[in-house]
Design a protein around this ligand. Sequence first.
Ligand code: SF4
Length: 218
Amino acid sequence: MRAEHVRGRVRAGGLPGPDTDCVAHDTGREPMENDLVQSDEMSPQTTRSMREYSTVQVFINNVPYIAMTLLGAAVFVTGFGGLLPGWLAAIAYAAYGLGGAVWIMVFVCPYCRYYDNNSCPCGYGKIAARLREKKAPDCFSEKFKKHIPVIVPLWFIPVLAGVPLIIRDFSWLLLVLLVVFALDAFVVLPLFSSKHGCSECPQKGSCPWMGRKAKAAC
Ligand code: SF4
């Protein structure tokens, strides 16, 4: 382990937690080719591409994620025939969905260019500003890669639980719920992200999801 990394961890409180400083910030290395400049000022090109979202638009942009959480919870209730274990699993899944959103607000959004402004398509950036102070934008890519895996299981848990349940005890309602869940989670939600947020994001060059597409489009 490099000495600079150890020093960074000591500065952050000794043990590596979910929000220690990022490597780029700790080492003070020169920004890499696809990093954003660290200044709070955005280039005229970036400013032009920014779009502000109204409260109604923010709500609409959140609908696919809310729908995924509710549909996933419904899979558990239906799969367990409305019995207590199903309700408990549904509540746990819904709580995970809510907690996952808060996790992103706390550990990713403070590093984002959309922190505390109306250009965040889902409004997390505004809420994040009430939870934490702004952090170094050059850490965004690293924080994104580190924390996104925390919420990824939300996309798979209902499917992994629902398929064995439907094989064991077939139900048309459960089948419909699983299909609608999969369409929402794997088609609608990514489509909303790419159409409403990511394509206009000033950080798409440093985003692990959009970086390759952004380069290909140049
Ligand atoms: S665009 Fe994404 S990372 Fe940035 S503030 Fe909004 S939710 Fe957070």
